[in-house]
Design a protein. Structure first.
Length: 298
């Protein structure tokens, strides 16, 4: 696990290495090139990025070698970036695990100001992201270590530590993003025009009350509907509950993000284009909406 410097100090870890060219591909947070960050909400769209920023990688060898790193790809929404680094010796490529077990004990690897390895102990919290955070985040109880690996006790990578706070991007999202970067050179996503939270993480009293009134004990609660969005035009309102999309149940926002990414991938595989509309069947309580159109863009 290396350290890189640009607008911020970040950790990176090797995910691929070409023996012929001696070029390694490393994964980190897109905040490495973020020159202006809005701390109150990640949905504001006011963050500023500098793709041509100078990035320096510390190889952490006995000579304290530093070399330039090249920004290869980045995605502001997911908050991921890939860098290319020339290195002669390949480190061990980590193994990813897409399993999500709430309450599972985890380790978050980091480095301190002296570039020494740090290891924080925590667990995958039984909670979802706040309405100020992206839907694809999971939460740990560890100190922030932006770009560091979140691993289990067998050494499998469960995700990448991110900003803000103790959030991390799960491996299921990372692997799908890497796959779509390889296939489409971008990460397409649907603009659903809603902020959502999971019934799953509510206290049992609230879950029971929702079940009595709506006869549903799983799904996603609509916390906010974007003004002028297709969801608003179709009558989706605060407090509605999404039970499923395309007849696939969604219990958490991470499950929703994984489903949306599969829908985008299938749409492009079938000849769809970036910017085209996608027909999605959405089941809501108290009502049921069909043939809802969202837009695919990046």
């Amino acid at each position: 696990m290396l350290m890189v410097n640009s607008w911020h100090d970040h950790l990176v870890f090797l995910i691929d290495w070409d023996e012929g060219s001696k070029v390694g591909t490393v994964l980190t947070s897109a905040r490495i090139i973020c020159s202006k960050y809005t701390p109150l909400t990640q949905w504001s769209g006011t963050d500023e990025y500098v793709p041509d920023a100078e990035i320096i990688a510390h190889l952490l060898d006995e000579d304290d070698t530093t070399i330039p790193a090249l920004l290869f790809r980045y995605d502001k929404h997911i908050n991921m970036a890939l860098l290319k680094v020339n290195i002669d010796l390949c480190a061990k490529i980590p193994r990813f695990s897409s399993d999500i077990n709430y309450g599972q004990k985890i380790l978050v690897l980091g480095r301190n100001e002296g570039l020494n390895l740090t290891i924080a102990h925590g667990c995958v919290h039984f909670m979802g992201p706040t309405t100020y955070e992206r839907h694809h985040y999971l939460i740990t109880g560890c100190e922030p270590s932006i770009g560091g690996m979140v691993i289990d006790f067998d050494g499998h990578v469960l995700g990448m530590a991110n900003f803000p706070g103790t959030a991390y991007i799960p491996s299921s999202i990372i692997l799908k993003c890497l796959d779509m970067w390889n296939k489409f050179q971008c990460i397409p996503r649907l603009h659903i025009g809603m902020k959502l939270s999971s019934i799953k993480f509510l206290d049992p009293i609230r879950v029971e009350r929702i079940f009595r009134k709506c006869n549903v004990d799983s799904g996603l609660i609509v916390e906010e509907v974007s003004h002028g969005s297709i969801a608003e035009e179709l009558g989706v309102r605060l407090g509605d509950v999404i039970d499923s999309m395309n007849r696939e149940c969604v219990a958490t926002t991470v499950e929703l993000e994984n489903l949306i990414m599969r829908i985008c991938e299938n749409h492009l595989d079938q000849g769809g284009a970036i910017g085209s509309s996608v027909d999605i069947r959405v089941c809501l309580f108290i009502r049921c909406l069909t043939a809802v159109y969202f837009y695919i863009c990046y």
